[in-house]
Write a protein of this length. Structure first.
Lengths: 741, 331
């Protein structure tokens, strides 16, 4: 292995190093490519660019050209490639031409929105826009709101806030009637049910502005994803022009894949701490990302122990922009040696500050991984990023197949626009803003009439002269959560710190009282679960036991909406109902069952969308191996594990079931379903791209060196049968047949 | 899909209230109990209930008394704070008009005098709010002395609960030929809300001052928001006195006579008024209307109509009382 930098040598020279580095990807830097816009920019904007020393990169110039041609635009370029400057220029272009025009910026968090205000104020002053940029969100004092509504032309907010503010359109009339631009940054974050809700909030916004005579256009920015055009169109409801020819400069860097499972003695967190300590020892300013606050605190402690005398801080969500800037400045100036952070610092920190990034575990999506990698890199010095992978199918897959990370993007951002309960909720919100009319079908889609009929029969909307109006006594927007977690969520807490946030169904499976919860290699015992308040209290422990929920689960598929043959199987797509109850848990010591504890927990019923595989299609039926159940069960797990790479979802966003004898059909069946009421769009994406999904699943199983199956390939921590009856080789055969067409 | 969850935890159980009203008023026809007219406005129907009320004509200060009292607050002039005002007063400056004679203040004081001369009540109203905050609202009651009694519209609306939801009844109290008459506009169905609003807007056209209780944050923007919703013309911009601020400032904070500024508390403990025997808590009002629409049992609306009238009657008495307190505070 060729080791170029002293930084990398610091890792391999550390006394605890056991050869865990599997791959080093070296990326030469790229020079910037500049371009001019097709037509000259307004003088104020030119002044701003000149004064700030900005020359437009190719993608910035092309985005402006498309924007000025009247398109809706989506910029899909790397982190820190100057997307903000591009959309700010689009805004300034419009606001300079029309002195009444207004612009709305939507960021995923209030903190990110507020980070932009200084930049926007500078732009406003330099380009003489007279736009009074202001943040309008839950933190805006009510005294300031009236003035913003009256006079600001640039407002930064978030989709959750907009969802509420649209309920009083009369109050926002001046702003909405002149709305010319909507900026949606971090668009790839709006996926699944959240994506569908955000898409429909934007439809509500468009509907109101149209009535007021405005025709706002959209400019979106996203990380690199496989389907930017499709995603942009799903969010804004009409085609977008994708600009992805990235002209930004990129310094040289090395990305290291560090497989913590090659040292089975020590946990992933401990190894990430040691890597961090080694880098600090070599004088590298380092940021280490950990998946949760609890893990971040542990890694910070361990890194401090491994590097005595080093100044290592722990960072989590809730810090102000100024505090973040201070931490970053402290890192750069050497007052701090390292920061261990949750993904709160993934976004919004000033770029180009640090020498090295360590990731304690795969962040969950390739896009997020690149966002974190992008936090390192100073001018003229190679940056180093270390991804410490753990004992998990996705982590292991990336360790074995670095090209997934470094090749063309494979992840598709999917939006659950098929979800009718999301639509119903959003239409109800819309009906409280302006009566809903038949011609709104253009914005809300073909399912609108059915949804309206259902709402009318529930007595929630009634005929008024202008259409169907809301006649309830509550406020619809306050009943609809954009993340779709209608039942609320359960926070697993250690002391007051949050370890994980689980939806209710997952909490029942993983955080039942008595559960030994494994989080990134550390053990926690759940001492109480209160579904009412949504808190599972846990404490850290180090025990030889582990526990497993005993789950009874049943499913029912509805009439398939679509089917097609895939090899000797037929895949169907449609509605499904999944019922599950945790009836107790088993405790094991050294993999031997010690005891079974009964639990009295409520049943969960999921009305969702699913994809299922049943024999059919080809002339001859599928050839199932002797252990047919193990093969189908293994194939089910492999497909579920591949879903995040295909559909950019979280592990818990989808579930599955498999059987050799489906009671309704009398045949074998494999089922994949969305773990959200009404569906999250994952099963739909899996149906549309089943060949890709099967390819990924095959690849994930194929490379593992175990015999029948292990935690690195087909074991699943959510498995209802405790990973019993799994056959990796048989699963490979099933998947291979699915691939043969 | 279900969005209409039951009552949130901690909210009153309204079942016994509704049962009591059903028992008392089942089958009662509004036309038998009240003087009612069915009017057709803007493509919809409005039931207009007219109720003469037994409210004494309030004794309000005359225009000059009111103006002098308001203008005695030199802090109305931009840049004059309490300390400066005290020293000016010590120097013999009594009212804003005196300041307009002083070279240093003329430029800032003159617009205020002009507002009075041009009878710009909206401007005076805004200035009181902007310059004097809570105390400005107490003084604001005196504006009632600057218009003819017949030009004051006392206003209160009944709604489906939360801000922005439908309005189904609007009550306006006016003095006509020396007696207080309440007119209430009721939407007989959900689809009649725009007609009801249009009728309300028409009634406000010849008013010069609106008096409400909590109307600044509730009734007025709510009416505008519902007019916007239905795409009909909003009421004209009128001078508006919201008595809740003056009440809170004077009776809750300064005089500490009452613990809260809810209207029933004020009626009972400050004004010594009683409410109708079949009065219902405000939160029952939406439920009564929903039941009326669902069952066509008009009796369910009796408590709402009487509740609304009672509030309007209280406004008249409260306005006179606040004028007295404001004059006392200025002397």
């Amino acid at each position: 292995m060729l080791v170029t930098g002293g930084a990398l040598r610091a890792i391999t020279d550390a006394p605890g190093y056991r050869g865990q580095i599997r791959h080093v990807e070296r990326q030469a830097g790229t020079a910037p490519r500049f371009a001019r816009t097709a037509a000259p920019l307004p003088p104020g904007l030119e002044r701003y660019l000149e004064a700030s020393g900005f020359e437009l990169y190719v993608h910035q110039a092309r985005a402006l050209d498309a924007w000025r041609a009247g398109d809706d635009v989506l910029l899909a370029t790397r982190t820190a490639s100057g997307k903000s400057l591009a959309f700010n220029c689009c805004v300034a272009d419009v606001l300079a031409a029309d002195r009444r025009a207004t612009a709305l910026y939507l960021y995923p968090t209030k903190a990110l929105a507020r980070d932009q205000l200084a930049t926007l104020a500078a732009l406003d002053a330099a380009a003489a826009l007279d736009a009074s940029p202001a943040a309008y969100d839950g933190d805006t004092p009510s005294a300031a709101r009236a003035k913003i509504r009256r006079s600001s032309r640039i407002v930064v907010s978030n989709p959750y806030g907009l969802h509420e503010y649209l309920a009083q359109p009369a109050a926002l009339e001046r702003f909405l009637a002149n709305l010319a631009v909507v900026v949606l940054d971090e668009a790839h974050r709006y996926r699944g049910v959240l994506g569908a809700n955000v898409a429909l909030v934007l439809r509500r916004l468009v509907r109101i502005t149209r009535r007021l005579g405005a025709r706002p256009r959209f400019v979106l920015a996203s990380g690199t994803i496989a389907n930017p055009a499709e995603h942009g169109a799903a969010l804004v409801g009409r085609p977008v022009t994708v600009v992805d020819d990235d002209g930004g400069a990129q310094g040289p860097r090395e990305v290291v894949l560090f497989d913590s499972t090659l040292d089975p003695e020590r946990s992933l967190g401990l190894q990430a701490a040691e890597v961090t300590a080694a880098l600090v020892g070599a004088g590298q300013s380092t940021i280490c990302f950990a998946g949760s606050r609890v893990l971040a605190e542990l890694v910070a402690t361990w890194a401090g122990r491994a590097a005595p005398g080093a100044r290592i801080a722990c960072y989590r969500a809730g810090y102000l922009a100024s505090e973040r800037r201070e931490i970053e400045a402290d890192l750069r100036s050497g007052r701090l040696d390292a920061v261990v952070s949750t993904n709160a610092l993934e976004l919004g920190i000033d770029v180009g500050g640090l020498d090295a990034v360590v990731m304690a575990g795969y962040p969950g999506t390739v896009a997020s991984t690149w966002q974190q990698i992008g936090r390192a890199g100073r001018a003229h010095r190679p940056a180093l990023a270390v991804l410490v992978t753990g004992e998990d199918p996705l982590d292991s897959y990336l360790a074995r197949r670095p090209e997934v990370l470094f090749g063309a993007p494979v992840e598709r951002a999917v939006v659950a626009l098929q979800n009718e309960s999301v639509l119903a909720g959003q239409v109800l919100c819309a009906s409280a803003e302006m009566a809903v009319r038949a011609d709104d079908v253009e914005l809300f889609g073909g399912a609108l009439p059915g949804v309206l009929a259902a709402l009318e029969s529930e007595g929630l909307v009634a005929r008024v002269p202008s259409g169907l109006g809301f006649v309830g006594t509550f406020r619809p927007a306050s009943r609809i959560r954009l993340d779709g977690r209608a039942d609320g969520v359960v926070e697993v807490r250690v002391g007051a710190a949050i370890l994980e946030v689980l939806d209710r169904a997952r909490a029942l499976r993983q955080a039942y009282p008595g559960a030994i919860l494994l989080h990134r290699g550390e053990q926690y015992r759940v001492v109480g679960l209160d579904l009412e308040s949504g808190v599972a209290q846990a404490e850290r422990c180090e025990v030889a036991e582990h526990t497993r929920a005993v789950v009874t689960r049943s499913y029912r598929t509805g009439a398939p909406e679509q089917t097609r043959p895939v090899g000797p199987w037929v895949v169907g797509l449609g509605p499904a109902e999944v019922r599950s109850t945790v009836t107790g848990y088993k405790m094991f010591r050294a993999d031997e069952p010690v005891t079974t504890v009964p639990l009295d927990l409520p049943e969960t019923v999921l009305e969702t969308r699913a994809l299922w595989l049943v024999p059919g299609g080809a002339a001859s039926p599928p050839e199932l191996p002797r252990d047919a159940l193990g093969a189908l069960h293994g194939a089910e797990h492999a497909l579920i594990h591949a879903l995040p790479l295909l559909a950019m979802c979280d592990r818990g966003d989808a579930g599955g079931a498999s059987t050799v004898l489906d009671p309704a059909r009398g045949t074998p069946l494999v089922l994949l379903y969305d773990a959200y009421d009404g569906g999250a769009g994952i099963a739909d994406a899996a149906y549309a791209h089943l060949e890709d999904l099967v390819g990924l699943a095959l690849d994930m199983l194929d490379g593992c060196d175990c015999e029948t199956g292990c935690p690195r390939c087909i074991f699943d921590r959510d498995c209802g049968s405790g990973n019993a009856d799994l056959d990796r080789i048989g699963a490979l055969a099933v998947l291979a047949e699915l691939r043969a067409r | 899909m279900t969005f209409a969850a039951g009552a949130a935890p901690g909210v009153w159980d309204l079942t016994p209230v509704l049962a009591r009203i059903r028992a008392a008023f089942a089958g009662v026809r509004l036309a038998e109990r009240y003087h009612c007219n069915l009017e057709h406005v803007a493509g919809g129907s409005v039931v207009v209930v007219t109720q003469p009320c037994d409210v004494a004509v309030p004794v309000l200060p005359g225009r000059e008394v009111a103006r002098r009292a308001i203008e005695s607050r030199l802090e109305l002039v931009h840049g004059v704070g309490p300390v400066r005002a005290a020293s000016l007063r010590a120097g013999g400056v009594r009212v804003v008009a005196d300041l307009a004679q002083l070279p240093d203040y003329a430029e800032r004081a003159r617009p205020i005098c002009e507002e009075w001369e041009s009878d710009d009540l909206v401007g005076i109203c805004d200035r009181l709010k902007a310059r004097l905050a809570g105390r400005g609202h107490l003084l604001g009651a005196l504006l009632a002395g600057c218009v003819r009694l017949e030009e004051i519209a006392f206003l209160d609306v009944e709604t489906l609960g939360l801000s922005g939801n439908a309005i189904f009844l609007a009550g306006i109290g006016r003095f006509r030929a020396g007696s207080f008459v309440v007119e209430q506009y009721l939407a007989p169905g959900y689809g009649d809300e725009p007609a009801m609003l249009a009728r309300l807007v028409r009634e406000l056209i010849d008013a010069r001052l609106v008096v409400t209780y909590n109307g600044r944050t509730a009734d007025i923007p709510w009416i505008r928001s519902r007019c916007f919703y239905h795409g009909i013309a909003s009421p004209p911009e009128l001078a508006h006195v919201d008595l809740v601020y003056g009440t809170r400032r004077h009776f809750v904070h300064d005089a500490e006579m009452i613990a809260d500024a809810r209207l029933p508390t004020v009626q009972h403990e400050v004004l010594g008024l009683s409410r109708p025997g079949h009065d219902v808590p405000s939160m029952a009002v939406p439920e009564l209307y929903l039941e009326y629409v669902a069952t066509a049992n008009e009796g369910m609306l009796v408590p709402v109509i009487d509740h609304n009238r009672s509030d309007l009657e209280a406004l008249v008495v409260l306005l006179a009382r606040l004028c007295d307190e404001a004059l006392a505070a200025c002397s």
